[in-house]
Write a protein that binds this ligand. Structure first.
Ligand SMILES: [Zn+2]
Length: 340
C-alpha cells in the first residue's frame, strides 16, 4: 500500500509500505476514507522534535473496517468507523474515568502511520466508534476532524470549563484553536475571544462562534483580554499552541479562580511556581481523551448540528502529501486533508 514516511526534517515521501494485517485478536484493519496532516506533525518536520526516521506518519483516521481479529465484537467489516490517536481498551479504571488517552493499555496510532491507504487499529473494541451508517463524501471531513482536532478542542473547552455565562478566550488559531471556539460555542459560552492575527482564520473563528478578536500576543494580548473583561480576565482560557509564550499568555489572561484548558503539546514550557501560586488559576490539560467524546461528536456531526470539516482548507490526494506538509509549514493552510 501507499503511505507517508518522514525520512528527515522537511523530507516526507509517499512510498510503498507493507500492508497491515491483524497481529492481535483485538485488532482491526481499516481502509481509510481520508487522513490528514496534524500541527504536531510539523514539530519533527521542522526539526524541533527528532525524526527517528524513516518514520511512518499520521494519527488521524476515518474509514471502513476491512477485517477484525477473533476477539473483536463491537465493530465488524463494512462499518464506517472513527477512532482516536491513542488506542485504548475503554474498560480500565483510567478509561472509565474518561481519560482514555492515558489508558493503562494505550498504544499510539502515530507509530503505526495513519497517513496511508490502510491502518491496523489495536484494541478495536475500545478504540473505534462506528457511525450510524455509511456517510456521504461531504461528511467525511467532519468525521475525520472528530478523530483529533475536534476532540482535542472539545477537551480543551471542557477542561477550561467553558459554559453558559462564561467568557472564554482561545490562544492559538490553528485547527485545534478553531475547534475550541466551536466547542465553547456549543457548550454555551456567552462570549468567545479568539486570539488570532490571520484574517482568514479570524473569519472562520467568527463563523464558529467567536464574538471578539484579539490580534495582539504576549503581554499585550493579555492586556486586551483584561480590558475586555473589566480587568478580571476570562473565566476559561484554552491554550492550543504549546509554547512558553502561549502558555504564559493563557495563564495571564485567566481570572483568579478561572480555568486553563491546555491542549497544545508542550514544548520547553516551564512555569514560574510563585507566579502560578498567586495566579489562583486551575490548570488542566494533556493529550485529549478524544474517545470520551467520540459518540457525542459523531452524533452532532451526523445530525448536522456542527460542521467541523470546514477547518480543512486544503484537500489533496494522499500522493501529494509533501505539498500538504509544505502548505501547513508555511501557514498557507490551516489543515490539509488527504484523500485516500
Ligand atoms: Zn483503559
Amino acid at each position: 500500500m501507499r503511505g507517508v514516511v518522514m525520512h528527515a526534517p522537511g523530507d516526507v515521501r509517499v512510498q510503498e509500505r507493507e500492508d497491515p494485517t491483524i497481529v492481535h485478536p483485538t485488532d482491526a484493519v481499516i481502509r481509510l476514507a481520508a487522513t490528514c496532516v496534524c500541527g504536531s506533525d510539523l514539530w519533527p518536520y521542522r526539526g524541533i522534535d527528532a525524526v527517528d526516521g524513516p518514520a511512518p506518519m499520521g494519527h488521524e483516521y476515518a474509514g471502513v473496517v476491512e477485517e477484525v481479529g477473533g476477539a473483536v465484537t463491537s465493530v465488524r467489516p463494512g462499518q464506517f468507523v472513527v477512532g482516536s490517536f491513542f488506542a485504548s481498551d475503554n474498560t480500565c479504571e483510567i478509561c472509565r474515568a474518561g481519560y482514555q488517552s492515558s489508558c493503562v493499555h494505550r498504544e499510539s496510532l502515530g507509530a503505526l502511520g495513519a497517513q496511508a491507504e490502510r491502518l491496523r487499529v489495536p484494541l478495536a473494541d475500545g478504540t473505534l466508534v462506528a457511525t450510524p451508517g455509511m456517510p456521504d463524501d461531504t461528511m467525511v471531513p467532519s468525521l475525520l476532524a472528530a478523530s483529533d482536532v475536534l476532540g482535542t478542542g472539545w477537551f480543551g473547552a471542557v477542561a477550561a470549563q467553558a459554559g453558559p455565562g462564561r467568557t472564554v478566550a482561545v490562544v492559538g488559531d490553528g485547527a485545534v484553536g478553531l475547534m475550541a471556539v466551536l466547542a465553547a460555542k456549543r457548550l454555551g459560552a456567552e462570549r468567545i475571544i479568539a486570539m488570532s492575527r490571520h484574517e482568514s482564520r479570524q473569519q472562520l473563528a467568527i463563523e464558529y462562534g467567536a464574538t471578539d478578536i484579539v490580534t495582539e500576543r504576549g503581554d499585550e494580548g493579555v492586556a486586551r483580554v483584561l480590558e475586555a473583561t473589566d480587568g478580571l480576565g476570562a473565566h476559561s482560557v484554552i491554550e492550543a499552541v504549546g509554547t512558553q509564550e502561549s502558555m504564559t499568555q493563557a495563564i495571564g489572561a485567566t481570572r483568579p479562580g478561572g480555568h486553563v484548558g491546555h491542549v497544545g503539546v508542550s514544548h520547553d514550557v516551564s512555569l514560574d511556581g510563585r507566579r502560578l501560586f498567586f495566579s489562583h488559576v486551575h490548570l488542566h490539560g494533556g493529550p485529549a481523551p478524544v474517545r470520551r467524546y467520540l459518540p457525542e461528536l459523531i452524533d452532532l456531526i451526523w445530525n448536522g448540528r456542527i460542521d467541523p470539516g470546514r477547518v480543512f482548507d486544503l484537500t489533496l490526494p494522499l500522493d501529494r502529501a509533501p505539498e500538504a506538509y509544505r502548505a501547513m509549514d508555511e501557514r498557507r493552510a490551516v489543515k490539509a486533508l488527504l484523500r485516500v
